[in-house]
Design a protein around this ligand. Sequence first.
Ligand SMILES: C[S@@+](CC[C@H](N)C(=O)[O-])C[C@H]1O[C@@H](n2cnc3c(N)ncnc32)[C@H](O)[C@@H]1O
Length: 260
Amino acid sequence: MSDDAFHDLGRYYDALMSEINYDRWVVVGSYLRDLTGRPDPAHLDIACGTGRFLHAVLQQGWNSIGIDLSASMLRSAVVGPYPATVAAADMTALPFEERFDFVTCLFDSLNFVIELDAVRRAMREAYRVLRPGGIFYFDTITERMITEHFADRTWREKHGKMRAEWQGFWVPDTGMADLRIRINRGPYSLIRERIYSDAAIRGALVDAGFEVIGYLDAENWNAPAYQTLRIDWIAVKPPMQSPLAQFAAIEESVQRILQQ
Ligand SMILES: C[S@@+](CC[C@H](N)C(=O)[O-])C[C@H]1O[C@@H](n2cnc3c(N)ncnc32)[C@H](O)[C@@H]1O
């Protein structure tokens, strides 16, 4: 298991990310969960972190559990009005058999896996734990996300009484994007992500056995373009339970919602 980069950040994470809108993931996730065609689909949230997505979907009655590498992040996932069932685990070696209908891995968690071989293992693991017809929904960030928002910048934020200092570094040759984050006067945490080409991600999915049915700009569900910051990927472990036409209808509904 690799090191826990979120060890010192876990207790501050929800405050740091308070402005992130998880509703979009819940809306899209709800449509895709229906697409599994199963009653009460068994859902696994890979890299669930502090459980914000899990808490929102548990509130809606989903049959969900989560895993994350960071015990520090998971501490928040198991408390609150909708405490989640979670386990500390690495997405490249999931502690489950084939038992899920819907697997998610959101907020660019896959970019935190910094070797392509490990990404490919994570895809194989997602495939292995899904039942036939199961759906895998995840997102990745693009190089443009890094160059527009993080590369070679230092900035400060205030969240109530908490002060956060951020330093972003970008190494285009390796695709490595580092963020150093310091809360108040505490230690710096190093959060490292890697930007993968879309071809590498698609290849890993296909080699794992998935059929890729969705490759979309996460902001509007149009085809990804130069300005795309985040990509939504939707893949099925064959055979797909619902006709592809149903996914096309979902695409239209999600586009309408996102583009409002
Ligand atoms: C940006 S956070 C996103 C957390 C959560 N998905 C959310 O939306 O708030 C990335 C998460 O990926 C987890 N992570 C990184 N590498 C992992 C791995 N190999 N296996 C499982 N979790 C991992 C980190 O511990 C962290 O909680």
